[in-house]
Design a binder for this molecule. Structure first.
Ligand code: ADP
Length: 160
């Protein structure tokens, strides 16, 4: 079985993330969406809340959600994963992602990083943009899955 990991902070998940996750699900037998807890990054949702939001939006039997606070390659080894799948929005994403891919390859030579290009309409979409628009009472319904629009409003509306 070929297992891939889609890591990220998903704070919260957007339609851009979901597109990459579902496309990874078509390419691999199993996909693990891995919510990475990064204590240095201030988040709007706790790890448990981010997992619950992801689970509300994913209904494919070969896509699961998990969390990990250690090194990504250690998790990949433990699960027998063959690939890390990342989404690329623009050239600006590339430098950082390329560096990450190289360090992961050097730590665990068997792992491949696969980059999928973002869909045109998702190029500008990020969790921080969603939170920013929401906090200023803007309409986020075309940026995140319908099932979680309300959860995000409840947390972020008027947060400024
Ligand atoms: P963000 O950059 O929004 O904080 P994450 O750290 O949660 O996102 O990102 C997880 C993965 O999803 C990364 O590979 C990132 O490049 C990708 N990604 C984020 N937003 C999009 C998008 N709009 N379209 C495609 N891929 C995306």
């Amino acid at each position: 079985m070929r297992i891939a990991i889609c890591p990220g902070s998903f704070d919260p998940v957007t339609l851009g993330h979901l597109d990459i996750i579902e496309r990874a699900g078509e390419l691999f037998d199993k996909v693990i969406v891995l919510v990475m807890s990064n204590s240095a990054k201030k988040s709007a949702f706790t790890v448990e809340e981010r997992i619950a939001l992801l689970e509300k939006c994913i209904d494919k039997p070969n896509i699961k959600v998990d969390t990990y606070s250690g090194l990504l390659v250690d998790y990949a080894k433990e699960k027998g994963a063959v690939a890390i799948v990342k989404g690329l929005r623009a050239v600006s994403d590339f430098d950082y992602e390329f560096q990450q891919a190289l360090i992961n390859k050097s730590l665990f030579p068997k792992i491949e990083t696969v980059f999928l290009t973002a869909k045109g309409q998702n190029m500008f979409l990020s969790s921080s943009m969603v939170k920013e628009v929401c906090s200023l009472n803007g309409d986020i319904s075309s940026y995140v899955p319908k099932a979680i629009v309300n959860d995000i409003y409840l947390r972020c509306k008027g947060e400024k």
